[in-house]
Design a protein around this ligand. Sequence first.
Ligand SMILES: *Cc1c(COP(=O)(O)O)cnc(C)c1O
Length: 469
Amino acid sequence: MKRGYFESDILKKMREEESFGVLDLSKELALKYISSIDGKDVFPKDEAISGLDNFNEDLGNIAESPENIIKMLDKYGSPATVAQTGRRYFGFVTGGIIPASLSARWLIDAWDQNGALYVISPVASKIEEVCEGWVNQLLNLPPDTAAGFVGGSATAILCGLAAGRNHLLNNIGYDVAKKGLFGAPEIKVVVGEQAHSTIFKALSILGLGAERIIKVPSDGQGRMVVDKISELDNRTLLIMQAGNVNSGSFDDFKHICPIAKRANAWVHVDGAFGLWALACDGMKSLTEGAEMADSWSVDAHKTLNAPYDNGIILCRHRTALSNAMHMTGSYIVYSEKRDGMLYTPEMSRRARGIEVWATLKALGKKGISELVLELHNKAKYFAELLQDNGLEILNDVVFNQVLVRYKDDEKTEKLIKMVQQSGVCWMGGSKWQDKSVMRISVSSYKTSYEDIDISAKEIIRIANEISAE
Ligand SMILES: *Cc1c(COP(=O)(O)O)cnc(C)c1O
């Protein structure tokens, strides 16, 4: 080495091969965590949460050993986790993590591939291409539907609506990507009043405004009322829903999609957890017509039980999506092969499609269909147990969501709080038609009928206790 150059001891140490020996420790602690998950409180107790104060420290000047870092995470982090990968977590709509998908993540994390371009990672490009084809087939979408592998539905929705906005404006001769929205012809946005909050977020980011849109009234299950949908035309972005985040209901694709298609409107379907119903033979009546849409957003980290963070944007018009996400730069080398960044807002990105691929392969078509059906059947079973014991079910259980009420707002809220503190199971609260409800989401492959028996028993026990007060 020439004089005047200096080599860092810290980096030198990290370069030594044995630095990665700490992976053995990670594996040991991860396996210990996984095997203990079902004995853990579903939501961490206060004591575990106060343990997080140990992270309140200044960044030291001295490099810490990887062993100590992993040990610290295990000591204070693990106990404060929510047992969402366990058997009795019914909060939000989350999904567990199937073994093949976690194992695939570990391996590809070691690869640390960048999914932006073929030349940066041929393996990411290839496997995401295969995965795109599989998803199209599974969901019965047109064969050339483009898939972008993004962090979740919020991003996927943003991509679908950007593609739709640009496509509609392009068709009437206005290049919004170049000219911007100032001075653009107006487009109409029609959306169900029960749309997920991320739809409104995407619309506001895209300059379409969260308030100037036309909201379609919904029926008792949260579906758009077909007769109340305003006139659609070739300047309309229509946003539909497969799986209402509270009730699990599906918009009436069979009647609405053909009307929208005839009008040349762009239809986007937010199917964050519900779109997988398209892969289930037993659920055709819910999804019929959804395949006619122009774009669809779906998560793999919810119903499919892939790890976070995995969402997919699917777009019938490949060039509309890639034009909306396109960028150029002197060093960017697009290839004949699949370049992942053409379909996502990100440039650099983990090769997350590989986890989706592993998840699909581990379940197979049959397994996916059975997973979707079983989550539904278990939700129905849960609802029946509760209803038979004096609780009220407010929704038709058409998918995996159950809305439960106990007498009045006050008792329902008390029930939710006490169940959450029980450690036995965890479900969140919500509002449904201005009433407080307990929202149950059966979304983990791990949940068995026995777990539902145990959870229902606990809910009923607490309800009776509240009644006796
Ligand atoms: C969860 C959800 C979203 C947002 O998805 P993320 O993966 O959290 O970004 C959007 N729409 C619906 C219906 C959802 O359930």
